[in-house]
Write a protein that binds this ligand. Structure first.
Ligand SMILES: Cc1cc2nc3c(=O)[nH]c(=O)nc-3n(C[C@H](O)[C@H](O)[C@H](O)COP(=O)(O)OP(=O)(O)OC[C@H]3O[C@@H](n4cnc5c(N)ncnc54)[C@H](O)[C@@H]3O)c2cc1C
Ligand code: SF4
Length: 512
């Protein structure tokens, strides 16, 4: 194929590793080529952890290997290619100059910034950029925008029900299977004093030579980035991702719902699926994941509350946050309704804190690039919310540290759900709680030098102190929210002296 004959240069990004991507639909190997590039800036615009960067690069290299083996013409720039451009835009500029395509083709990316950069490159070369819908998802952004039109408030539940109806998933004769849409009430158990039942060993995948090469590269070029690689075991190929799915369905799904919110010291994996990374890289299609869970229910292998709870995460939350991201970017990124201005505490990068719950959640995050939803929302997210950390700093941390972090899903979860920085667009109330919530849902407090029941004094739990301080600081705003009235009313129990002592103790945490 001569360079001048190139019809389409098809861009495949690091989170678009599916052979059925729309960008590849009409691919003609006689006149098209695939283009992929590893760009250092994607790991440095926020401090991407070693686990996260390794997942992306290794999965990209494995996907490139599959493309080559199947005879797809591919131009691939590796991070360690001599003189490799440091940004995606520069790498694409160079490829266009060398290959002279007639058009660029791209499946809609997951990151607003990347889309703007690639559009600018196309404009600069006066090249058409064909942007195609991402059919990986159950819904389109246009459908979400239509659903949101005219609604004063967006709520997951309505969107989720609309998608259940549209897809027929867990529906019978137009009604939800089991007679109810939502089994949340069955899905909030803690492990109790006795702790979790025996937990199946997690499905982990030993690094092959491709992954080992990436690990060596990351350890040398990004040595100062957060986290470690010694325990790396994420699926980076579709085959491994399918094994991980199968392992979850047979071993963890039956207890997924019941223990969805529970935490236990030192237990990283619990009954969660650990599939977010494979889903977000598109090694797995959400339809096959949801179908596998529904099949487990119909075959009597998993109870309905567990299956409905799992389906709601993927068909509901995952599609919902994507809709919010794309209908509100780029202004969403700047939102800060509660005017939070504190810096992110340094211990978020080390786990070096006396607070047992935060130490555990951050420690496993740095070790594995993973924490489950309640650890993200009600431990690390909660502390940052109560302390009043700038939402953009919290966002940079979440986008950097987790293996599943791509901006379309990370940003609404962080800025909207966990920091309430969008003023209630995403969540109906701030997820504010005292240390007593963590005591109820875990055993962390038993081994902690603090006491969740105390808000002042040497043993006061910092989360409890900051909880009351948060309510006092934002009482006027929060009192207008019907779902917060009860919490705000509890402030009346505090004497002026108690309020003063709490504020003083909270200040000490803010200035650490
Ligand atoms: C502050 C914060 C940041 C987050 N950042 C990310 C992120 O960068 N990437 C990401 O994929 N998820 C993110 N989440 C959502 C959720 O915490 C993770 O999807 C989940 O913990 C991944 O682990 P798992 O695969 O074991 O999930 P499971 O508990 O097994 O859930 C099953 C699947 O449901 C989906 N899901 C569950 N909750 C959500 C949600 N709130 N939004 C979107 N999808 C959801 C995921 O694909 C997940 O794999 C974030 C949540 C919070 C509170
Ligand atoms: S006492 Fe407070 S800081 Fe310690 S584990 Fe419990 S909630 Fe966390």
């Amino acid at each position: 194929m001569s360079h001048t004959a190139l019809r389409h240069l098809v861009i495949v990004l690091g989170d678009q590793l599916n052979l059925d991507a729309t960008a590849l639909h009409d691919f003609d190997p006689s006149c098209d080529a695939v283009w992929m590039a590893e760009a250092m800036q994607e790991s440095t615009h926020i401090p991407s952890s070693k686990q996260r960067t390794t997942v992306f690069l290794s999965a990209m290299r494995h996907f490139a290997q599959t493309l080559r083996a199947q005879g797809w013409p591919l131009h691939y720039t590796a991070l360690d290619t001599p003189d490799a451009p440091s940004t995606l835009a520069d790498a694409l500029n160079r490829a266009i100059e060398q290959l002279r395509p007639q058009a660029l083709v791209l499946t809609a990316p997951g990151d607003w910034r990347v889309l703007q950069d690639l559009r600018a490159v196309a404009r600069a070369h006066a090249l058409p950029l064909q942007l195609r819908d991402d059919l990986h998802f159950f819904s389109t952004v246009r459908e979400f925008a239509e659903h949101a039109k005219g609604r004063k408030q967006l709520r997951l539940e309505y969107w989720y029900r609309a998608l259940r109806q549209k897809t027929g998933i867990l529906m019978v004769d137009g009604k939800p299977v089991g007679g109810q849409w939502n089994f949340d009430a069955d899905n909030r158990a803690s492990f109790g004093k006795q702790g979790p039942p025996p937990i199946p060993a997690p499905q982990r995948f030993a690094p092959d030579t491709i992954t080992q090469d990436v690990m060596a590269l990351v350890n040398s070029q990004l040595a100062h980035h957060p986290g470690h690689l010694s325990s790396f075991g994420w699926p980076v190929t579709r085959d491994d991702a399918l094994l991980a799915l199968q392992g979850f369905i047979t071993q963890r799904l039956p207890l997924f719902g019941q223990y969805q919110d529970a935490m236990w010291e030192g237990e990283v994996w619990l009954y969660h699926s650990h599939l977010s990374c494979a889903l977000n890289l598109k090694l797995l299609n959400p339809r096959e994941v949801v179908q596998a869970a529904v099949d487990a229910y119909t075959q009597g292998l998993a109870p309905l509350p567990a299956v409905e709870g799992f389906v709601r995460q993927i068909l509901g939350w995952r599609e919902y946050v994507r809709g919010i991201y794309w209908t509100h970017m780029p202004e969403y990124l700047e939102r800060n309704t509660l005017n939070a201005q504190a810096e992110l505490p340094a211990f978020y990068w080390t786990g070096d804190t006396d607070m047992a719950c935060l130490r555990d959640a951050i420690g496993q995050t740095l070790q594995h690039g993973y924490a489950h939803h309640i650890q993200r929302l009600m431990v690390t997210g909660l502390y940052a919310l109560l302390l009043g950390v700038k939402p953009q700093a919290v966002h940079a941390w979440y986008l950097g540290v987790y293996v599943d972090a791509v901006e379309w899903v990370e940003l609404p979860n962080t800025l909207g759900m966990s920091q309430f920085a969008d003023g209630g667009l995403m969540a109906s109330k701030p997820y504010a709680a005292s240390g007593k919530y963590i005591q109820r849902m875990s055993n962390h407090c038993q081994g902690c030098r603090y006491d969740p029941a105390q808000s002042t004094g040497a043993r006061a739990c910092p989360i409890t102190t900051l909880y009351w301080d948060f309510l006092m600081r934002h009482a006027d705003t929060l009192a207008k929210n019907p779902r917060m009235v009860m919490q705000v009313n509890n402030l009346k129990r505090l004497t002026p002296e108690q309020r003063e002592a709490i504020a003083a103790q909270a200040l000490a945490h803010k200035t650490v």
